[in-house]
Design a protein around this ligand. Structure first.
Ligand code: NDP
Ligand code: ZN
Length: 180
């Protein structure tokens, strides 16, 4: 499109903020959900040196279809086919049982496009840091540990596209659930 990248990114942030406006993270502070997708894009730019506009927009939008009334058609209309495709690669099929969705994330990660792998890695970095900071009140330590082990299987399948993000994930897995 002819819109400069900063405008394209602002449009994605604005769109995601409206879509996630009533949602909160699972922390005791009830942090606005939009902090997460913005933070995932922030990790890509500032920690992964990722400057690809489609990947950054997809990071901001990655949970809109999974967690709001947003459709893929809507994403394509607003942001084009590439962003739609990256978000699709990062969207679980919610008609499947949770355990199956988690298994498929591990199985499918290596088959994803490079840009989807970037978003997946940054998404896991953000969520693992959240868990290290403060797990949801109703989570047992075992559940936190299981999440770390599962996330590692997913991100192992995303290796080969960004060494910086890989190293950050490696450090997180080494420090683990230590804070408890
Ligand atoms: P959930 O998928 O329910 O929660 C984790 C997800 O919540 C994250 O991936 C993230 O997704 C989002 N999220 C929102 N706020 C936070 C936050 N503050 N910190 C971290 N993540 C946050 O949990 P599980 O991954 O555990 O999935 C459920 C699975 O766990 C099922 O397979 C179920 O069978 C099993 N289970 C296990 C239990 C146990 O004790 N071991 C108990 C109950 C269920 P996003 O990026 O989309 O925001
Ligand atoms: Zn996410």
């Amino acid at each position: 499109t002819s819109i400069p990248p900063v405008g394209q990114l602002l449009h994605a942030i604005h769109f995601a903020a409206l879509k996630h406006s009533t949602q909160r993270r699972k922390d005791s502070a009830g942090t606005p959900y939009i902090n997460h997708p913005i933070g995932v894009a922030h990790i890509l730019w500032y920690e992964g040196d990722v400057q690809d506009i489609g990947a950054l927009q997809a990071a901001v939008l990655h949970d809109t279809v999974e967690d709001t009334d947003t459709s893929f058609e809507e994403l394509e209309l607003e942001f084009g086919n590439e962003v739609r495709q990256i978000v699709a690669e990062c969207t679980d099929d919610k008609t499947l049982p949770k355990a199956e969705r988690k298994r498929l994330q591990v199985e499918n990660a290596p088959k994803k496009s490079d840009k989807a792998k970037l978003v997946k890695m940054a998404d896991k970095i953000y969520n693992l840091r959240d868990l290290q900071r403060e797990p949801p009140a109703d989570w047992t330590l075992d559940r936190v540990r299981e999440y770390f082990l599962w996330a590692q299987k997913v991100t192992d399948g995303c290796r080969g596209v960004n060494g910086k993000l890989e190293n950050i994930l490696e450090d997180i897995y080494q420090s683990g659930t230590f804070v408890y």
